[in-house]
Design a binder for this molecule. Structure first.
Ligand code: F3S
Length: 297
């Protein structure tokens, strides 16, 4: 058996930046409150908690005057206002790529455009984006895009379309194609994060060349779910696990090629634990072949 770990597996730039900022501030101040789970990974949240990073699910849980970290997903504009009223010191780890979406939807709303967001309704990043829009609709899949376009008012509107940073590239392409056919007064902003694109492309290549794929990440992580969906279309033996402990209960292959990828919120130490669980004889490759293929494509 050979194992290939995707080069893009694990923390993206934005998540790493947020985790490092939280660690630094907790170290300097003893305690910092993360507004919402800093990342979708319970193991990493528990590790950070031990260092003084507390998770507040509501603003009421944050004491007045506390130090507060805004996670990479970003938050609606009103959250900054509320934290200011509570005299909190804010450490903003909103990913710059998400901040860019906030600026776009803010500007486009001011110009009178209705905002279409391709992404998962209720996901914290999408909730944050909606908090910088005037009117908006969230479309999660092709059926919802078609249903939206069938609405009598949809084609009369001036629209701006953006994507949640982790949206599946295929869904974006199909949706933009459909919207362009029906709406003329339209602005399109491709806001899918490059890190997402690269991770999905590498997962595609790896899944197509593997007898089994192991996708590591929290079940709440939307970008990990996308990697799982993509892998399933190209490989008929895909495991979706949260950590190494789940490997023992699931059907691990003992021969052939096994590919491993992980979501943007999966820490390197969990990926390492999983690859270490594999057989001693296993030849571990580092994924550079796939990275080279990506660069060439
Ligand atoms: Fe930012 Fe892209 Fe990660 S938007 S949080 S670098 S997936």
């Amino acid at each position: 058996m050979s194992i290939t770990v995707a080069k893009t597996a694990g923390f993206c730039f934005g998540v790493r930046r947020a985790v490092e900022l939280a660690e630094r501030q907790a170290q300097a101040n003893g305690v910092i409150y993360a507004y919402g789970e800093i990342i979708h990974n319970m193991h990493e949240i528990a590790r950070l908690e031990r260092q003084g990073v507390r998770t507040a699910h509501t603003l009421q849980e944050i004491p007045d005057g506390a130090k507060v970290l805004i996670r990479a997903h970003g938050v609606p504009r009103w959250v900054y206002q509320m934290l200011q009223e509570k005299n909190c010191e804010v450490f903003d780890a909103t990913c710059p790529f998400v901040q860019k979406i906030h600026r776009i939807v803010d500007e486009q709303s001011r110009e009178g455009r209705h905002i279409l967001i391709l992404g998962s309704a209720g996901h914290p990043e999408v909730v944050g984006i909606q908090g910088w829009c005037g009117g908006s609709d969230v479309l999660e899949n092709e059926a919802q895009v078609r249903a939206y376009l069938d609405r009598p008012d949809s084609t009369e509107r001036t629209l701006a379309v953006v994507a949640q940073t982790t949206v599946n590239r295929n869904l974006w392409n199909i949706s933009v194609g459909l919207i362009k056919k029906r709406c003329t007064n339209l602005k399109i902003f491709d806001t899918i994060c490059k890190a997402t694109d690269e991770r999905q492309s590498e997962a595609r290549l790896l899944a197509g060349a593997s007898d089994q794929m192991i996708v590591i990440g929290d079940k709440k992580s939307s970008n990990t779910k996308r990697l799982y969906e993509i892998s399933r279309t190209l490989c008929n033996n895909v495991l979706y696990i949260e950590d190494a402990a789940e490997l023992t209960t699931q059907g691990l292959r003992r021969n052939g090629r096994v590919g491993i990828t992980a979501g943007a919120s999966t820490p390197a130490w969990i990926i390492k634990e999983v690859s270490n669980m594999m057989s001693e004889e296993t030849k571990i490759e580092n994924g550079e072949d796939f990275a080279a293929m990506l660069e060439e494509s």
